[in-house]
Design a protein around this ligand. Structure first.
Ligand code: ARG
Length: 461
């Protein structure tokens, strides 16, 4: 039979396959709260400007509230023939309250309705994800404070470079996540304009009050152009790009956890709560949560590419293609929420193997730069020359199979006669780290100050 919402000019109903490809109720039902909120705001506005009566508005309000309770309790009869959440709710409303329900769609189209619902949904998602990012930042800063003086090798090219502190390394991710959170906040600002009242594409002849609906739904203002309003999805794309960058950051972090957990490194240990065993190798403790967090970026970035591709080349205004906007956003949100929770769990769970980290912090001639800096500071040698001298000393130590600090003073002086016993004081890991007090440097005092600053700014849980 013909569709109840537009059956007027239709004699027959859709084929089963048409119905299946057309329906979005299977996924857009998660926007039911947003849809009801939008309809409540719309009805209140219609009443205020005199388009519907006070009684009708009251009936709509009551009906929508009851429908909300039905959905919440799981008793709502979702119908694929009614295509999407908007028509499911509207049809149910008319079933329940009759004529008044049929007046709700005055001065509105599903095109502005879905754009409004989706913005509200993404806005809520931004707030949820942002809160999770904040929690992860807090956990990282807490552990950073605990490990402010814990030496570990700092790497470039994954080759031992200079000693750093584990706390400093953890705070690097706090900085990244803070920018990620900033990107979400920026996206939220631009998103926060209300498309409701743009109707199908051209606006409406009814004397609607868009300021009123925008304010009721917590938007800063109504959108300015009706065509843009129903066809814009860049709020979702901005959200997905912010998530993609964040997922990439967490993927790097997860990769480091995987490396740190591997037995040749053994820098950290995760408890049984965040590891899995092997069905054949009894000794295994696999960091599966970290590996999956490393992989989730594929899903999140895939979602962004998916939506960008859907939107590319679409003529204004609405086209049904745009119904394909939701699944990528829902999926990316779910993946991101889980990834953030897993990373937070691992950060809280991990224990640093302090001795192992300390041992490798001093390996690979990691204080060679400190030696060169000493030559510059004490002997006033130009840095390039100091670099060359140090390189010769490293080569000598390497030939002998010893550390720089194991070379005798005589051996040192055979390369640079000005070297004195004082040089040895800068060759320890502890001295190297303590000397890095430049702004943003790895010295424990810096790390403690930064971690405390973050914890203060982030506030209590
Ligand atoms: N289910 C649709 C979507 O998600 C709602 C808008 C439909 N509008 C239309 N003109 N067919 O985009």
């Amino acid at each position: 039979s013909a569709n109840v919402q537009w059956g007027g000019r239709f004699a027959g109903g859709p084929s089963a396959i048409m119905r299946e490809i057309n329906a979005s109720i299977g996924f857009d039902k998660v926007m039911w709260r947003q849809d009801i909120a939008g309809s409540l705001a719309h009805a209140a506005m219609l009443k205020k400007v005199g388009i519907i009566s006070t009684d009708d508005e009251a009936a709509i309000r009551r009906g929508l509230t009851e429908i909300g309770a039905e959905i919440e309790s799981g008793s709502f009869p979702f119908d694929e023939a009614l295509e999407d959440i908007h028509m499911n709710i509207e049809a149910r409303l008319s079933d329940r309250i009759g004529e008044a329900g049929k007046r709700l769609h005055t001065g509105r189209s599903r095109n502005d309705q879905v754009a409004t619902d989706f913005r509200l949904w993404v806005r809520d998602a931004i707030d949820g994800i942002s809160g999770q990012v904040e929690a992860l930042m807090r956990s990282l800063a807490t552990r950073a404070l605990e490990y402010a003086d814990t030496a570990m090798p700092g790497f470039t090219h994954l080759q031992t470079a200079q000693p750093v502190t584990f706390g400093h390394h953890l705070l690097a991710y706090v900085e990244m996540l803070s920018r990620d959170r900033g990107r979400l906040a920026d996206a939220r600002k631009r998103l926060n304009e209300c498309p409701l009242g743009s109707a199908a594409l051209a606006g409406t002849s009814f004397p609607i009050d868009r300021q009123m609906t925008a304010a009721a739904l917590g938007f800063d203002r109504p959108t300015a152009n009706s065509l843009d309003s129903v066809s814009d999805r860049d709020f979702a794309l901005e959200y997905l790009s912010a998530l993609s960058i964040m997922a990439m950051h967490l993927s790097r972090f997860a990769e480091e956890i995987v490396i740190w957990c591997s037995s040749p490194f053994s820098f950290i240990r995760l408890t049984d709560a965040f590891t899995t065993g092997s069905s054949i190798m009894p000794q295994k403790r696999n960091p599966d949560a970290a590996e999956l967090a490393r992989a989730k970026v594929g899903r999140v970035l895939g979602s962004m590419v998916s939506l960008l591709t859907v939107m590319k080349g679409l003529p204004l205004a609405y086209a049904k293609d745009m119904q394909e906007d939701k699944v990528p956003v829902f999926e990316a949100t779910e993946a991101m929420a889980l990834t953030l929770a897993a990373c937070d769990g691992m950060v809280r769970d991990l224990t640093a193997n302090v001795d192992q980290m300390r041992k490798y912090a001093g390996s690979g001639f990691s204080t060679a730069t400190d030696l060169a800096d000493w030559l510059v500071r004490v002997l006033k040698v130009p840095f390039r020359t100091a670099h060359h001298v140090t390189g010769q000393l490293v080569a000598m130590a390497e030939r002998k199979g010893v550390d720089l600090s194991d070379l005798s003073l005589a051996e040192m002086q055979s390369v640079e006669p000005g070297i004195t016993q004082d040089l040895y004081s800068v060759l320890t890991v502890e001295a190297s780290i303590a000397s890095r007090v430049s702004e943003g440097g790895t010295a424990g005092s810096n790390v403690r100050r930064e971690a405390e600053g973050w914890l203060e700014r982030l506030g209590k849980e």
